[in-house]
Design a protein around this ligand. Structure first.
Ligand code: GAR
Length: 206
């Protein structure tokens, strides 16, 4: 049985895009670090089991990560997908799930790691912006890249319009990346993404 755990903290639109495309996945569980996350209700509407592990209930990052890992391990997921999960994870946690921990980030990494990517893209006069799905490694937003989608930054763009257009692309590429992994078409090998199915190379070019 192929199982996927999705970690969220808020709105959950990327989670929703994964739930829409979950065809090959037998069991999906959503874990939120925030009891008020909007995505929890969305997940329940899809009939998906939801769990809250409130980071504020734990004295430090290590204690939170330990509780989170215990919860995740009960489901023995093939993949853990971060979908707007806004907690920095400890190296120990990341190493525990090395090669089966993915993230979606709203920039063309390695450009603009961290928060506030759309405002920074505008401030820096970047002409091509986008989003990246990558495997998670201990260095924040630096893991091997699975797929990216690029969009032009228009002279009329504001932070909001840019965020909206990038998010539309996020909803396209994250389900693809997750499906490729769940179907054993890509793996993380050493510090690279190994493509095991040559037919997917063409789809990675946006
Ligand atoms: C998305 O844009 C995602 O890429 C970003 O947060 C948003 C969550 O939206 N993630 C990060 O910035 C991670 N560092 P969502 O809850 O609607 O998916």
């Amino acid at each position: 049985m192929e199982s996927l755990v999705i970690l969220i903290s808020g709105r959950g639109s990327n989670m929703q895009s994964l739930l829409e495309a979950r065809a090959q996945i037998d069991r999906v569980t959503v874990i939120s670090s925030n009891p008020d996350a909007m995505g929890l209700e969305t997940a329940r509407n899809y009939g998906v089991e939801t769990i809250v592990i409130d980071h504020r209930s734990y004295p430090d990052r290590q204690a939170f990560d330990t509780a989170l890992a215990e919860c995740i391990d009960a489901y023995q997921p093939k993949l853990v997908a971060l979908a707007g999960f806004m907690r920095i994870l400890s190296d120990r946690f990341v190493q525990r799930y090395q090669g089966r921990l993915m993230n979606i980030h709203p920039s063309l990494l390695p450009a603009l790691p961290g928060l506030g990517t759309h405002a920074r893209a505008l401030q820096e006069g970047i002409k091509i912006h986008g989003c990246t799905v990558h495997f998670v490694t201990p260095q924040l937003d630096h893991g091997p890249i699975v797929i990216q989608a690029a969009i032009p930054v228009l002279p009329s763009d504001t932070e909001e319009t840019l965020a909206t257009r990038v998010l539309q692309q996020e909803h396209l590429i994250y389900p693809l990346a997750v499906r490729w992994f769940m179907e054993d078409r890509i793996i993380m090998n050493e510090n690279h993404v190994e493509v095991l199915d040559s037919s997917i190379c063409e789809i990675t070019l946006y």
